[in-house]
Design a protein around this ligand. Sequence first.
Ligand code: GLA
Length: 388
Amino acid sequence: MIDRFREVYGSAEGVRVFRAPGRVNLIGEHTDYNLGFVMPVALDLACYIAVAPSADGKLRMYSEHRDEMREWDAARIGAELPAHQWTDYPVGVAQELIREGFFVEPANLSIRSTVPEGSGLSSSAALEVSGALAFLNGRELEPLKLARLCQRAERNFVGMPCGIMDQYISVFGRENSAVEIDCRSLEHRDVQLPAGITFLAANTMVKHALAGSAYKERVAECAAAVEGIRQQIPEVASLRDVSVAQFESVANRLPEVVRRRARHVVTEDDRVERFVDASERGDLALMGKLLVESHRSLQYDYEVSCEELDFLVDTALGIEGVLGARMTGGGFGGCTVTMLRPDAVSGFSQEITGAYERKYGLKPTVYSCKPSSGAGEVKNFEKIPPQA
Ligand code: GLA
């Protein structure tokens, strides 16, 4: 990566490298912007940015994957408008840093990412967080502020009203554990996953165009649900405040679609808590069952799944050694996550790949979901993997 940097910019003097991981969410989907619970793991798939100061006042970003260079006057980056392309993520981050009182220095950046784009494994959060670290280039920013700033970049500049999950786990990921995040208090705890199971992500290789607009629609429907519930229970400020029992007591007063959206969120929060508990007790069967319930709720109540995701989940559930499976991330394509016994991994990969290829003519990539550490500087350049 350093050689590439040198080729592109002529010199690699003073170069530093920052890394931020993608994630797979084990359970707790579409709960983060409702201030509820999520339980993701940071992956060893990550975005790496090599950065060195530039002497000519320019800010440059080179993407290895696209073999594409973009350039701005660093002093004017704060006035840039969205360009509806990959650079919006780092440019949005630069603008939030400026708002936070940081000076965005002229610099040359070279970007490498092993997080597949459009896969629902948060390539954008990985780019935002590594981008922020590269712009800061060693200057301190508290981890929680870093995560929130990157979330604001996506909301304000990219225009996606996302929750905090992806940026948070990219910053706070932990090697060997999943992380349960309380999206209201913004506190988390590491959750040890039981022995005897492993998680794999399987990529549908599709991302339906609906994803962005449907996400905004769901955010609005959840707000409508809160409004409706407040008529009966005034102290409710978000769906996070609603217990399953409370929901049932008011459900028939909500319009049909809004009722199903709220039912997903309220029951999903409950599933996260039960999943964490089952995980700590080593109740593998219950964990698997909760994953499947989560998927069905996303499929029928929240309606953010799609045919390809459902096919991968249903096929997985018929494979020897699989304990549970669900879609992960925003939906409408991207990945599923499957919980299975370690000795079933190679059989699973073969069977799922064969079945999906026969049906859709696409080869689904399967990724191991080994929990990895959160964002930071990479000191040992040998550890940087090749551009996928
Ligand atoms: C996307 C968003 C997250 C979260 C998930 C759904 O990944 O960026 O904030 O809402 O969808 O759980």
